[in-house]
Design a protein around this ligand. Structure first.
Ligand SMILES: NC(=O)c1ccc[n+]([C@@H]2O[C@H](COP(=O)([O-])OP(=O)(O)OC[C@H]3O[C@@H](n4cnc5c(N)ncnc54)[C@H](OP(=O)(O)O)[C@@H]3O)[C@@H](O)[C@H]2O)c1
Length: 262
C-alpha cells in the first residue's frame, strides 16, 4: 500500500527528493530505493524527524508499537499523521501518539495499486484545512477520495469498498468458471468476463442513470438477461449481499475493539 501511494505521488510529479520511507527489512529498502528513487531509513524515527506529513502503513497488529516509538519524535513538531491501517480508530492513534496530534484516518482499497482505488477519509479535530487538502491529495494520487463526517461510518466503508474488490473478484471468478464449463476456452471466458466487468463499471460511472435503471434497460422482457436476473433474485441474492456486507461490518467493529486494546 505504501509503495502504491509513493508511486502515485511520483506519477503526480511530486518530487522524489521530498519523500522518504522506513522499513526494517534491508531488501525492501533497497527495492524501494532502486524502483522509486526515494531515500529510505531502517528506523521510523530517522524517517520522521523533520517530516511535515507521516503516512503510517504498517500492519494493524504492530501499529501500537510503531506509534509508541514514534511519539517522542513528533511530540513538538506535530506533523500531519495519516493512518491507512484497517480497524485502528483515531482514539487509539491519539492514545499512542499524543492527544493533540493532527490525525487523518483513511480506508483505501487494493485497486489503489493500479491507480483506481477508492478511499474514505476521516479527520480528527486537530487537522486544519491545509492538512485536509494534503491528506486528500496523497490519497487522490491513487484513486477516488471522499470525506466522512462520522468515524463510525468507516466500518461501513470497510464492508463496502475496503473488502469490495473481493466480492467483484468472486463474481468474475464464478462467471469465468461457468463460461468455461459451457465450452468457452479459458482465455475467452477470462477476457469476456473481465471486459464485461470493466465495461459495466465504466458505463455506470459515466451514466447519469443509477445501477437499478441501467439494469432494467438491459433486461428486455422475455429475453436471456431476464432469465438470469430472475434466477438471482429467486435465489435471494439481495438478502445474501445484505448479510455479507453486514457480516463484514460487524467484523470491522470487532477488529477495531481488539486492535485498540493493544
Ligand atoms: N492491502 C490492502 O488492500 C489494504 C487496504 C486498506 C488498508 N490497508 C492497510 O495498509 C496497511 C499496510 O498493508 P499492506 O497490505 O501494504 O501490508 P504490507 O505489504 O505487509 O506492508 C507493510 C509494510 O510495513 C513494513 N513494516 C513492518 N514493520 C515495520 C515497522 N516497525 N516500521 C516500518 N515499517 C514496517 C513491512 O515491512 P516488511 O515486509 O519488511 O515486514 C511492509 O513493507 C495495513 O495497516 C492495512 O490494514 C491495506
Amino acid at each position: 500500500m505504501a509503495r502504491s501511494l509513493i508511486g502515485g505521488l511520483l506519477n503526480d510529479h511530486y518530487p522524489a527528493a521530498k519523500l522518504c520511507a522506513a522499513d526494517p527489512d534491508e531488501g525492501q529498502r533497497q527495492q524501494l530505493n532502486a524502483a522509486l528513487g526515494i531515500a529510505t531509513h531502517a528506523n521510523n524515527s530517522d524517517a520522521c524527524t523533520d517530516a511535515d506529513i507521516i503516512v503510517l502503513a504498517v500492519k494493524p497488529q504492530i501499529m501500537a508499537g510503531a506509534c509508541q516509538a514514534l511519539a517522542p519524535v513528533i511530540a513538538d513538531a506535530r506533523p500531519l499523521i495519516i493512518s491507512i491501517a484497517a480497524g485502528i480508530q483515531t482514539t487509539s492513534l491519539k492514545n499512542w501518539l499524543g492527544d493533540s496530534q493532527a490525525i487523518v484516518r483513511t480506508m483505501p482499497n487494493t485497486p489503489s495499486l493500479v491507480g483506481s482505488g477508492a478511499a474514505a477519509l476521516f479527520a480528527s479535530k486537530a487537522v486544519n484545512d491545509e492538512q485536509r487538502q494534503q491528506a486528500e491529495s496523497i490519497l487522490r494520487a491513487v484513486g477516488l477520495t471522499l470525506w466522512l463526517k462520522d468515524e463510525a461510518d468507516m466500518d461501513a466503508v470497510t464492508a463496502l469498498s475496503g473488502s469490495g474488490p473481493a466480492y467483484f473478484f468472486l463474481l468474475m471468478e464464478l462467471m469465468q468458471k461457468i463460461g468455461e464449463e459451457m465450452g468457452l476456452s479459458r482465455e475467452a471466458a477470462r477476457l469476456l468476463t473481465l471486459q464485461t466487468g470493466f465495461g459495466a463499471t465504466k458505463m455506470a460511472l459515466e451514466s447519469e442513470l443509477d445501477c437499478a435503471e441501467l439494469r432494467r434497460r438491459v433486461t428486455s422482457p422475455g429475453g436471456t438477461t431476464e432469465q438470469a436476473i430472475n434466477k438471482l433474485l429467486d435465489g435471494n441474492i439481495d438478502n445474501l449481499i445484505d448479510e455479507a456486507l453486514n457480516a463484514a461490518r460487524e467484523r470491522a467493529k470487532e477488529l477495531a475493539t481488539l486492535l485498540g486494546k493493544s
